[in-house]
Design a protein around this ligand. Structure first.
Ligand SMILES: CC(C)(COP(=O)(O)OP(=O)(O)OC[C@H]1O[C@@H](n2cnc3c(N)ncnc32)[C@H](O)[C@@H]1OP(=O)(O)O)[C@@H](O)C(=O)NCCC(=O)NCCS
Length: 178
């Protein structure tokens, strides 16, 4: 199994289609969207990490480059999203290798912290990979010009990269989730 970093500019049409196929298989409710684009809520990755073998893309994570506000400061974050592994590669530790590689790459690219949104049923996956919850900081996203609270059913998790503390205060995403 080969694990690779792909800068967005280096994604060929064939690779794009292969990643979208895996995303559609892993996120069946969003199949229609992934039939057309990998962009989740309009976010274009800075880079993606793929685990690939002869059969295609077994596991994937995308990282977007965003600047958000936390309290009264702005914070550049590596936004992790579209994290998935095909069913036959789950419980093998493959996604841990992909996440580790993405974290290392984001650290090398000088991001202070990583941030992602998850669901309670996958929290443990991120916790075992060093991610921590932010349960006490309200979070606001913006969709079609409307400010919308991100609910507790969509927990925020962060990971230190080049900064070992997440700032205090309410989080405003200055845009939509990724
Ligand atoms: C998330 C994922 C990469 C984790 O892979 P993994 O670490 O190899 O481990 P698992 O697939 O066993 O997932 C860990 C737990 O999450 C649960 N889980 C994962 N995806 C789930 C989903 N879409 N709905 C409900 N539960 C889910 C698993 O049942 C498992 O629970 P268990 O430990 O009680 O058995 C993989 O499950 C996946 O691709 N899921 C679909 C896409 C997804 O939901 N991505 C996360 C977005 S935040």
């Amino acid at each position: 199994m080969e694990i690779r970093i792909l800068d967005e500019q280096a994604v060929t049409p064939e690779m794009d289609a292969a990643i979208r196929k895996t995303l559609a298989a892993c996120f069946p409710l969003n199949q229609d969207q992934f039939a057309k684009t990998r962009q989740w809520r309009g976010n274009i990755p800075l880079f993606s990490v793929v685990a690939r073998d002869a059969g295609g893309i077994a596991a994937h994570a995308a990282v977007v480059d965003r600047t958000i506000r936390v309290g009264d400061t702005s914070l550049r974050i590596a936004g992790f999203g579209n994290v998935c592994a095909l069913p036959e590669y789950r419980k093998t530790g493959l996604i841990d290798q992909v996440l580790k590689r993405a974290v290392e790459e984001a650290r090398q690219r000088k991001f202070p912290v990583g941030l992602l949104f998850c669901r309670d049923y996958v929290r443990a996956v991120y916790e075992r990979n060093g991610w921590k919850g932010l349960p006490n900081q309200p979070c606001t996203r913006v969709e079609a010009g409307q400010e919308i609270p991100v609910g507790p059913d969509n927990p925020r998790m962060w990971i230190p990269l080049n900064q070992d503390r997440f700032p205090a205060g309410p989080i405003h995403l200055q845009g939509d989730k990724w």
